[in-house]
Structure formats: structure tokens, C-alpha cells
Write a protein that binds this ligand. Structure first.
Ligand code: SAH
Length: 248
């Protein structure tokens, strides 16, 4: 079981697989006023940076589930490196339908809401693991400005304009589900640059190390086109943030 190989190639050197910088991740942890010992569940936990740094900085207990073998292994190594292996557990597996055996204080899904077939389904899924009064974290893109055409949306790697909302509409959508938005931390263009531009050097290095790999052609094409695509589309049109929700 694994995610498509292209992500394991392009994001192999990322610690954070979203447009947050380490500073934003720490800001989010501080904003949530996490009590030591609180249990955080993270669906699509990637390389485990959120759970590992929050275990170190805020004393949380963490469980992460991720379908990438590579990222799950990196998460375990990161936990050892930060001396928090006793506080965090990383499970390699499909998080779709995953419900924690014991209810948690924070249930998160950052940049992986397809796990619940979209934001609404992911909130429903996370709610099943959440104790009364707990916090749900959703990390999701929104339009900074509405794409003028469907082609521009596709340039942002969205399926269509309707895949994402503008920020006020996204916030309103949580209210319609009967959740209060109790905190939010938004990424900025610098964070997007870190997330996207870091892939370019990783691709270049991978190509040099794997010239005869079946994927070399695809990676070569991506490395050639990505900087301009990113600057013209994603960087101009797409925002990203983490929204903290509590049931009304
Ligand atoms: N939350 C992490 C990772 C976001 S990238 C971060 O912000 O750094 C999306 C992640 O979802 C990747 O790590 C990918 O491996 C994982 N993923 C994709 N489909 C999944 C599934 N069905 N179950 C669990 N993880 C999944």
C-alpha cells in the first residue's frame, strides 16, 4: 500500500508537506493552547513534523496515520531525532474510515481532506474520534482570488473552480455544519514558495541519481514546467490555512 510514486519523489526531502513553515506550525500549536498530555490524532500525518514538534514543544501525545511508506518511516526517524518517540506513534496505513480507539482532544487532517472525500466528510470522520469539547483541525486551500476561467483553476492543479471556496465562504461553510471557527493560521506566499520550490531541487537531484528510472521522463517534464506554472497560477490564486473548529 502506498501513495503515487511521484509524491514520494518530489516531496522526499520535505518535513512539512503543505505551505506552512516551521514557524507557522509552532504558531498553530501555541494558538491552540494545548495542555501537556492532550492526545492529537493526525490523519495523513506525512513525515510527522506537526506531531513530533508539538510533542517536543507542548508535551502532546500523538497518533499519526499515513499511506506513504517513505513519509511514515521519516516520521519515526524524526520522532527519534527529537527524543519524542515515547510520545508519538506513526501507523503506515489508509486513514480513510480510521476512528481512534480512545477519543482524542484534537483530531486533525492537514492537506489531505480527500481522505474523507472532501472537507465535509473529513470533519464527520474526525468527529468520530473526538471527545466532547475537542478541537478539529482542517488544513485546506481556498481561493485568494477567484480564477477567471476553468483553465486557470486547472493551472492551480484544481479539478475545477468549484473545488475550493474563497476564505469568507470557507469559514461560513464550517458554520453551516454547526461548527464554530475558534482559531485559524494562514499560510503566506513565502510558505507556498518553501513547499513548491523545495520540490524543484529535490527533482533535479533525483534526476541526477536516477537517470534511467521509468519516472525520469515525467520528473524531467515537471521540473521544466513547474516553476512557471507555480508562479503564474498557484502562487497568485491559491491560499491555504488551518482552521480550528469546535462543535456548537
Ligand atoms: N499532513 C501532512 C501531510 C500532507 S500531504 C503535512 O501537512 O505535512 C498529504 C499526505 O496524505 C501525504 O503524506 C500522503 O502520503 C497522505 N495520504 C494520501 N492518501 C492517504 C490515505 N488514504 N490515508 C492516509 N494518508 C494518506
Amino acid at each position: 500500500m502506498d501513495i503515487p510514486k511521484i509524491f514520494n519523489i518530489t516531496e522526499s526531502a520535505h518535513r512539512i508537506h503543505d505551505p506552512f513553515t516551521p514557524e507557522k506550525l509552532a504558531t498553530l500549536g501555541a494558538a491552540l493552547r494545548l495542555e501537556p498530555g492532550i492526545h492529537v490524532l493526525d490523519l495523513g500525518s506525512g513525515s510527522g513534523e506537526m506531531l513530533c514538534t508539538w510533542a517536543r514543544d507542548y508535551g502532546i501525545i500523538g497518533t499519526g496515520i499515513d499511506m506513504s511508506q517513505l513519509f511514515s518511516d521519516q516520521a519515526k526517524r524524526r520522532a527519534e531525532e527529537l527524543s519524542v518517540a515515547g510520545q508519538v506513534e506513526f501507523i503506515h496505513g489508509d486513514a480513510a474510515g480510521y476512528v481512534a480507539a480512545e477519543k482524542v482532544g484534537v483530531a486533525a487532517c492537514l492537506g489531505a481532506t480527500w481522505i474523507g472525500r472532501g472537507v465535509v466528510g473529513t470533519i464527520e470522520l474526525l468527529a468520530k474520534s473526538l471527545r466532547t469539547g475537542g478541537i478539529i483541525l482542517i488544513g485546506e486551500p481556498y481561493w485568494l482570488q477567484l480564477p477567471p476561467t476553468e483553465d486557470v483553476a486547472k493551472g492551480c492543479h484544481a479539478g475545477s473552480i468549484s473545488d475550493f471556496l474563497m476564505l469568507p465562504e470557507l469559514l461560513a461553510s464550517f458554520g453551516k455544519l454547526n461548527y464554530d471557527v475558534v482559531e485559524m493560521v494562514l499560510a503566506d506566499q513565502n510558505g507556498w514558495d518553501r513547499y513548491e520550490a523545495a520540490k524543484w531541487l529535490t527533482m533535479r537531484r533525483w534526476l541526477e541519481a536516477n537517470p534511467d528510472d521509468d519516472f525520469a521522463k515525467e520528473v524531467r517534464a515537471k521540473l521544466t514546467s513547474e516553476p512557471c506554472r507555480y508562479a503564474a497560477y498557484t502562487r497568485e490564486y491559491l491560499g491555504w490555512g488551518v482552521f480550528a473548529l469546535m462543535a456548537r
